[in-house]
Design a protein around this ligand. Sequence first.
Ligand code: SAH
Length: 216
Amino acid sequence: MTPNDNDLKYFRPRRELVELLRSKGIRDESVLQAIERIPRHRFIDPALGPYAYEDRPLPIGSEQTISQPFTVAYMTQLLDLKPGMKVLEIGTGSGYQTAVLLEMGARVYSVERIKSLYEETKERLEALGYYPERLVYGDGYKGLPAFAPYDRIIVTAAAPYVPPALVEQLAPGGKMVIPVGKGTQDMWRIIKDESGNVMTEKYEKFAFVPLKPGKA
Ligand code: SAH
């Protein structure tokens, strides 16, 4: 990415956003550093630029949203990510969460069911110098068996239930973070131990757009 005036103008609001997230309880420095580096204004319509560093979700077209920064930070912190880990992301959307994972040194496979979003985001990430292992146009309910297993799985849309394929594709010792429920969701963290036993932890409430069946 080439810095330009437009980018420089956002340095300070971005730093302020990071301080806000810290005050809201985000402690993982690698998550905060990633957010401080990523130009969120480049993941949305330029007309929404003034709101890019407010802690709120924003529309990205096709009735979808880029998640609220707090939500992104909260989920990524729960994911307990280490550099080099293989991560499956369901719901590429704008690619912002993808960029956070990449900044943290993950090898990212991401699936999106809306073709236009998939195409736009592929171009955007390339233009910004972010290189996921794979961006896939497909149905996240099925996961991405071709590259399984994954050390981490993150689902950024509301799942009515935990898709069994995702649990299958989680590596032993792996963790999955997924919002589960209709209307509002509880954030779940699913942990698979080394012998393949699965345990679920439940965290705070959030509101996501739904995980829909099949490709659009
Ligand atoms: N992480 C994204 C959030 C996007 S909103 C961001 O930072 O911008 C959730 C996304 O999940 C939407 O783009 C939606 O189209 C996608 N989605 C919903 N159901 C899906 C499914 N079954 N498979 C893949 N993607 C899905």
